[in-house]
Design a protein around this ligand. Structure first.
Ligand code: UP6
Length: 304
């Protein structure tokens, strides 16, 4: 049976609207590249979103890597810049994550047509992750320090289209996140496998993760995995641990190539961090990953 294209899958009757949107973006931009923007300042993150935005279908963040400060912006309030931008850059407080920052990130995603994915890897009981994720109505528009809302300083539900969760707590983790995310049209990826050496997410654990996803397909749009784990075309497979050459780092990360991941393992999206971030020309590197990922996909779809 011929494999369905991203565009075909976007139109399936049972597909989640967010998965459908992502598949359409991939087809339109000819990109199955998700940039893992693991940088430590908001400025660099926004700059990456603006410059590499045209090459990617998704931008993955770890906002808890960004520099933060305990003064809650108090220091910044003393200068004019705070009044203008609500973004503190004083010497007391190098606060990078503010409501204004997340609005800029959303504007960039809109402008360049990609989705935002906060790689928070939720892993607690439903009631706790619900509060960690944010508010059902998207959280406050007010600045950090004045907020009295759940969701901590990051207010993930207010700006991130996609989040992910470990299946280790059982279905409750998805149900908790769904209470907040579903009314906002958000989606969740379950971590079915990991790229790191010695990962325990394998075998029966992966199968049980798939079952949780199938039972919550109104909120779970796919998986973080090393290879395709289900034939159901409405689920999206996303794979981290990708570089143009196979290898690894000193802390257990293992890399596979785009050809292997998309072409042979049947995944849909490559997630690339250091392969792009550590290149001397990031735009050029992003384009080579986009091209290898896309070529591997077109080859796979056409030979079937
Ligand atoms: N990530 C993995 N492996 C997983 C799940 N997530 O590497 O199984 C995430 C990391 C990092 C990115 O948290 O943000 O994907 C990979 O970055 P790299 O390409 O620089 O190794």
């Amino acid at each position: 049976k011929r494999e369905q294209s991203y565009a075909d899958r976007a139109q399936l009757p049972g597909v989640h609207p967010l998965a459908s949107k992502l598949l359409r973006i991939m087809e339109e931009k000819r990109s199955n590249l998700c940039l893992s923007a693991d940088v430590s300042t908001g400025e660099e993150l926004l700059q990456l979103a603006e410059s590499l935005g045209p090459k990617i279908c998704m931008l993955k963040t770890h906002v808890d890597i960004l520099k933060v400060c305990v003064c809650g912006g108090e220091g910044g309030r003393q200068n004019a810049r705070w009044e203008r931008t609500r973004s503190c850059r004083c010497d007391v407080c190098r606060q990078d994550f503010t409501a204004a920052f997340s609005q800029k990130l959303q504007a960039s995603a809109e402008k360049h047509n990609f989705l935002l994915f906060e790689d928070r890897k939720f892993a607690d009981i439903g009631n706790t992750v619900k509060h960690q994720y944010g508010e059902k109505d998207g959280g406050p528009s007010i600045v950090i320090g004045v907020s009295r809302r759940a969701g901590g300083i990051f207010q993930i539900s207010s700006w991130s289209h996609v989040v992910n969760a470990h299946a280790v707590p059982g279905p409750g983790v998805v149900q908790g996140l769904r209470e907040v995310g579903k009314p906002l049209g958000r989606g969740c990826l379950l971590i079915a496998q990991m790229s790191s050496q010695g990962s325990l997410a394998a075998g029966d654990y992966t199968k049980a993760t798939l079952q949780i996803a199938e039972q919550h397909a109104d909120f779970v749009i796919g998986f973080i995995c090393g290879s395709k784990i289900t034939e159901r075309p409405e689920f999206i497979h996303m794979t981290p641990g990708v570089q143009l050459e196979a290898g690894g780092d000193k802390l257990g990360q293992q890399y596979t190539t785009p050809e292997e991941v998309i072409g042979r393992k049947g995944s849909d999206i490559i997630i690339v961090g250091r392969g792009i971030l550590e290149a001397s020309d990031r735009l050029k590197a992003a384009e080579s990953y986009r091209k290898s990922g896309w070529d591997a996909y077109t080859k796979r779809v056409s030979v079937q």
